[in-house]
Design a protein. Structure first.
Length: 540
């Protein structure tokens, strides 16, 4: 009898641990109190940016407001305060900001911002070109007008990457829909979309002193209704390539694009067809991660309906999302879901990558989409992704868009900020439509964090640099984030879970350009900054 009682207790505790809430939403108590005013239809906006504006080691957050004002949240040791006006970002009031990305574009030691916006709109826009916000000594931002470089458009997202390897970070901008028409059947019913799209832009950094637009010169002026892009070293040859997601692909006939960088030649080669990347979909966001621990990067692509996980091997992309049951095609029956940011991260620091997917309804003629579309969290258990949404605490049904991962409170685990756009149905239901901060409540393993710094000819942020963490016979590659998810950018610190180990066996750093550094037996529980000239210091 005693034995049976013990078994029942064990089973009860196992079920409790398995089902306990993994994250709790703490935005209000941590100071993220901004509520978008009115009930205006906010289909766009929602990008989130992690940025340390004042170099105090506590990462701050920029919230893109779309048709509403955007906000800069200053992190004061885990508590956020509104720093928008203090840092002179009220200069952006009136901009319809979709997203923002950050980099030290002039290599002066302070992180700057690039904001992307709907200047034209579809019948309405803010009439502005994208703006570069220069960080002045960590004290405030100076708006640098780029209207003489690029004209207003409908810029939906952007990414950083030093594609010409000159030590200064460049920018690629996805330019969205110019106008929208409908396709009708013989009975006059609308059955599809007929968009006219703007061409994308590429801004070459002129040694930190300004930018030159050169997309056509490099063959990157795609006009397929771009909605997400990523500079990433797909083929592991030491220079950043470009992945681009296009919306309305099945109607325009222009699918996603993969451009291989030919550095030192000043050109890219379109490898879309032979690589298998050119899916014609409603491309929303790109999330990168070495989910299978084979020391190369794979990419999660979000969509209306079926999402794709593009496994990269020997020059070819193969979709494995359905095989792993993480495609999220339907919310129920034949009603499709809408996914935006799909981000890989190790939520319990056990040495493999889990997956958070922000979801949210979008007004769509076709296909039929679900209004109630909850966020999803997949837990990686020995290579199998298990839907842990019901016990996750992140399965909110509001209309989420951009999302980021970082350790906002320095407690040694990774948290999520997921942005919400305001839609009338939510307002009428009296739902709390504001940005969400999901605090990690799990019992996590040991970990290590690596911050890479470029010097001696490498861009200061080390975009394009990668690290391979080797532990217990496994190898995981991580790459510095120059823009990911949907119009967002997470922390640049590369985190790796050590589980029960106290020491990382081996770290191999692949610097942009091909140089390699190997370090062994780094102590866990610390964030290291490692520069390309081999200087190592502990940040915390």
């Amino acid at each position: 009898m005693k034995s049976s009682y013990s078994i029942l207790i064990t089973l009860f505790l196992s079920c409790y641990v398995f089902g306990q809430t993994k994250f709790i939403e703490v935005g209000e108590e941590k100071g993220l109190t901004y509520i978008y005013p009115g009930n205006e239809f906010q289909m766009a906006g929602g990008g989130v940016l992690v940025i340390d504006v004042n170099n105090d080691g506590w990462e701050d957050v920029f919230q893109s407001g779309g048709v509403f004002n955007s906000k800069l949240w200053i992190n004061q040791k885990g508590q956020f305060v509104d720093g928008t006006e203090e840092y002179k970002l009220d200069a952006l009031y009136g901009y319809f900001i979709q997203g923002a990305i950050s980099a030290d574009y002039d290599n002066d030691g302070f992180i700057d911002m690039m904001i992307v916006n709907f200047g034209k709109g579809i019948g309405r826009g803010d009439k502005h070109s994208p703006a570069l916000m220069r960080n002045v000594r960590g004290e405030y931002f100076e708006l640098i007008d780029l209207s003489d470089v690029i004209e207003p458009g409908n810029y939906a997202s952007a990414c950083w990457g030093d594609f010409n390897m000159d030590g200064f970070s460049d920018i690629y901008l996805a330019n969205y829909v110019s106008s929208m028409g409908g396709i009708r059947d013989s009975n006059g019913r609308e059955i599809g979309y007929d968009p006219v799209c703007f061409e994308n832009k590429l801004l070459l950094n002129n040694g930190g002193k300004g930018f030159t637009e050169c997309a056509a010169k490099y063959g990157l002026n795609d006009g397929g209704c771009g909605l997400a892009a990523s500079f990433t070293d797909v083929d592991n040859d030491g220079d950043p390539d470009l992945l681009l997601l296009n919306d309305f692909g099945e109607w325009t006939g222009i699918g996603n694009q993969y451009y291989e960088n030919n550095y030192p030649e000043e050109s890219f080669t379109n490898k879309t067809i032979e690589s298998g990347f050119g899916i014609k979909m409603y491309g929303m966001g790109i999330g990168q991660g070495d989910y299978d621990n084979d020391a190369d990067l794979d990419y999660y692509l979000t969509n209306i309906g079926r999402n794709y996980l593009m496994n990269y091997e020997n020059g070819k992309f193969t979709d494995v999302a359905k095989e792993l049951e993480i495609d999220l095609t339907y919310v129920r029956d034949t009603v499709r879901g809408t996914s935006w940011s799909g981000l890989f991260f190790d939520m319990e620091f056990d040495g493999d990558l889990d997956l958070y997917v922000s979801k949210g309804n979008v007004a769509a003629l076709v296909p039929k989409t679900s209004v109630k579309d909850w966020n999803v969290l997949f837990e990686n258990r020995n290579g199998e992704f298990v839907d842990a949404s019901d016990s996750s605490g992140v399965n909110d049904l509001l209309s989420h868009r951009g999302a980021v991962i970082f350790d906002y409170d320095h407690d040694g685990d990774l948290d999520i900020i997921s942005s919400v756009v305001k839609l009338p149905w939510g307002a009428f239901a009296n739902l709390d439509q504001k940005i969400k901060l999901y605090q990690n409540e799990m019992k996590v393993g040991n970990w290590i964090g690596i911050r890479l710094r470029g010097a001696d000819g490498l861009n200061a942020d080390c975009f394009g640099c990668k690290a391979i963490f080797r532990q217990g016979g496994k190898s995981m590659m991580r790459e510095v984030d120059g823009g990911s998810g949907q119009a967002s950018q997470s922390t640049r610190i590369l985190y790796f879970g050590l589980n029960d180990a106290n020491v990382l066996e081996e770290l191999t750093i692949h610097w942009l350009g091909g140089e390699i550094t190997v370090l062994k037996d780094l102590m866990g529980g610390k964030v290291y900054e490692i520069s390309s000239y081999q200087q190592i210091q502990i940040l915390r």
